[in-house]
Design a protein around this ligand. Structure first.
Ligand code: SAM
Length: 213
């Protein structure tokens, strides 16, 4: 029996997939530090080889951005409606339904893992298991990039961007907490970047690397 929070997250994004897709349209154009982070990540993946799994890809615009940076990339998302939008908007890229808690990928099968603002929906006790999954599917030495909201609290959303009822938690975290969990899963931390630290809701991206073996 899947966890309630996983069902709630799936149903919420299914309900609000179109609203979310509209909200993030053109988002990367407005975020130079995210683009810079993705460029560094793409360079690492090109050096190591292999495809990137964009885990929690949503409507697929970041998967597209990586592809346009010359990286083979595909998306996985919990929400079938989100995957349907990603497939519609980017018919030349691959998107599959799946959960980062149990990735539909073989051991050591991907060159990089990107998790942009998707781990935010995983409650604390389940995060170490998700990071173990990322390590399992990554080739030795493969790069991982995790993006999230910075803070200490959990916010509950009951209305989606399109105004429909949803029920999903978003967990804000400190970069040092995320890095500690990653180290415990065997990753090496290469960089932590806090974006707009003076904003009410800063973002952060953590660059990590899977062990060589
Ligand atoms: C805030 S959106 C981020 C989407 C995209 N990565 C972006 O940066 O705009 C969170 C996405 O993570 C997906 N998600 C949440 N929990 C997930 C899980 N356990 N496995 C896979 N995807 C998940 C949601 O369905 C949603 O599409």
């Amino acid at each position: 029996m899947p966890d309630d929070w996983l069902n709630d997250t799936r149903e919420s994004y299914d309900t609000d997939a179109a609203g979310y897709a509209e909200k993030v349209r053109g988002l990367l154009d407005m975020h130079p530090y995210l683009r810079a982070g993705l460029a560094v990540f793409a360079e690492s993946v090109r050096d190591c080889g292999g495809a990137v799994a964009d885990v929690g890809c949503g409507p697929g615009y970041v998967t597209r951005h990586l592809h346009d940076l010359g990286v083979e990339a595909f998306g996985i998302d919990l929400s079938p409606e989100m995957v349907a939008i990603a497939r519609h908007d980017h018919p030349d890229l691959g998107f599959e339904v799946g959960s980062m808690t149990d990735l539909p990928l073989a051991d050591r099968s991907v060159g990089g893992v990107l998790a942009f603002w998707s781990v935010i929906h995983i409650p604390d006790p389940a995060v170490p298991g998700v990071f173990e999954e990322f390590r399992r599917v990554l080739r030795p030495g493969g790069p991982l990039l995790v993006g999230f909201h910075v803070g200490d609290e959990t916010r509950h959303s009951s209305t989606g961007y399109a105004g429909r009822p949803i029920s999903v938690d978003s967990h804000r975290r400190r970069p040092e907490t995320v890095s500690r969990w990653l180290r415990e899963a065997g990753f090496t931390i290469e960089a932590e970047l806090v974006i707009r630290p003076d904003d009410e809701l800063p973002g952060a991206i953590v660059f990590a690397r899977a062990p060589q073996d």
